[in-house]
Design a protein around this ligand. Structure first.
Ligand code: NDP
Length: 432
């Protein structure tokens, strides 16, 4: 902890994982002898770099870029690039650390990594975003490659940013390869990648429900966020018969008792790059509330899909008081440790992000496969594979929890199941 004192999110993520792993370490003395835990919490490599770019007024702006290559035991580093003013080394390390176990859970050969920059794409012109992306990639290109490290999108990095970064990589390296995922369909992207994280979140929740003779039909769902994950989770949950009644952004939230109009949200957020408040202005019967969403709307299922630590203990108490049955994390670590423990104690089914939002990276893995064979699969093919991966993640977490005497604890189950494959690979590869 002392070494990483300035990195509270990283400490939070490591604490959760290491607590879950205690019974595994007890059962495997060889892990301790090989200092496996000491090794797994230390990134293999961290790159920090200057990102200078010229704004529309001709002024030079400077941001700080990061790539954390955390663990390559089971495959090339893989994980998104976050563009948000809050980005710092601790946040990228927490995300990279989580990614190791998430990627392992997908069963695909991908190691863990994450990157990003404290650049804010909001309010920038297209040309400013392009100049930033080109500068960012000019340094990042030295460290990545289709068989080394394959970044993807995350908060603030969508199809536009990935396109500009891919173009710059190609120019610098003179090679057309699947070095990024989340690419446009015209240059190697995969169908269903845009939908994958949100759909995957709903598929894993649906698997839990169907194993308990239940379904989304007739359920009320609240969603936090209104970005990529939130939009497609909303779409799929409603397709399966639920009513999604909230969405939010960092300035406010909406309550739409009739159920979210997904086409309208897509128009506002994806086409116009607008704010969620505009939804309330354009649709009858919708309330808009300024400020942070406090999880006060009654629901059966809550899907936090915005950012880390956006569901705290007071929010958890409100959710329980209002009868929530399931919380499934679309975002990375949106629930604080205290809130997670409280929800579990109260008997709420809690599906942690590293299992529940793994659909995005799973389809990124499938994009890498398609690029390697220079083929494109149909939407239905990718979607079917996504569904099957999400089911297998649910059962891997469920089985691991049962094996270690913690039935129903999907946090422990996901951590243990994700860890075991990585641990076996690290042991087999010797001290490295
Ligand atoms: P987007 O940038 O598309 O959307 C993020 C949404 O969350 C926006 O509505 C944003 O509002 C809101 N938000 C961000 N920070 C806060 C905050 N502190 N409080 C309230 N709202 C906030 O990102 P994604 O949908 O891609 O990602 C959302 C989460 O899912 C992240 O944790 C990401 O790491 C995780 N994730 C994403 C995957 C993907 O495939 N996209 C894969 C796996 C995980 P505003 O516009 O006001 O900033």
């Amino acid at each position: 902890k002392a070494k990483n004192a300035e990195q509270p999110e990283f400490i939070q993520a490591v604490t959760e994982v290491l607590t879950s792993l205690e019974p595994v370490i007890e059962a495997h003395p060889e892990y301790e002898a090989a200092s496996l835990l000491e090794r797994i919490v230390e990134p293999e490599r961290v790159v920090m770099f200057r990102v200078p770019w010229v704004d529309d007024n001709g002024k030079v702006q400077v941001n700080r870029g990061f790539r954390v290559q955390f663990n390559s035991a089971i495959g090339p580093y893989k994980g998104g690039l976050r563009l948000h003013p809050s980005v710092n080394l601790g946040i990228i390390k927490f995300l990279g650390f989580e990614q190791i176990f998430k990627n392992s859970l997908t069963t695909l050969p991908m190691g863990g990594g994450k990157g990003g920059c404290d650049f804010d794409p909001k309010g920038k012109s297209d040309m400013e975003v392009m100049r930033f992306c080109q500068s960012f990639m000019t340094e990042l290109a030295r460290h990545i490659g289709a068989d080394t490290d394959v970044p993807a999108g995350d908060i603030g990095t969508g199809a536009r940013e990935i396109g500009y970064m891919f173009g710059q990589y190609k120019r610098l390296k003179d090679v057309f390869e699947g070095v990024l995922t989340g690419k446009g369909l015209a240059f190697g992207g995969s169908l269903a990648r845009t939908e994958a994280t949100g759909y995957g979140l709903v598929y894993i929740t649906d698997e839990h429900l169907s194993c308990h003779d239940d379904s989304f039909e007739g359920k009320t769902v609240t969603v936090h966020g209104s970005g990529n994950v939130a939009i497609y989770a909303t779409q799929k949950a409603q397709e399966l018969g639920a009513t999604v009644v909230t969405l939010s952004d960092s300035t406010g939230w909406i309550y739409d008792p009739a159920g979210i109009d997904v086409a309208l949200v897509k128009q506002i957020k994806e086409v116009e790059r607008g704010r969620i408040s505009e939804y309330a202005q354009r649709r009858e019967g919708v309330e808009y509330h300024e400020g942070r969403y406090d999880w006060s709307v009654a629901c059966d299922i809550a899907l936090p899909c915005a950012s880390q630590n956006t569901l705290d203990i007071d929010d958890a108490k409100r959710l329980v008081a209002n009868g929530v049955k399931i919380v499934a994390e679309g975002a990375n670590m949106p629930t604080t440790l205290e809130a997670t423990e409280y929800l579990q104690e109260q008997g709420v089914v809690f599906l942690p992000g590293k299992a529940a939002n793994a659909g995005g990276v799973a389809v990124s893995g499938l994009e890498m496969s398609q690029n390697s064979e220079r083929l494109s699969w149909t939407f239905e093919e990718v979607d079917a594979k996504l569904k099957s991966i999400m089911k297998s993640i649910y059962h891997a977490a469920d089985d691991a929890a049962k094996e270690f005497g913690q039935e129903g604890n999907y946090v422990a189950g996901a951590n243990i199941a994700g860890f075991q494959k990585v641990a076996a690979a690290m042991l087999a590869q010797g001290v490295c």
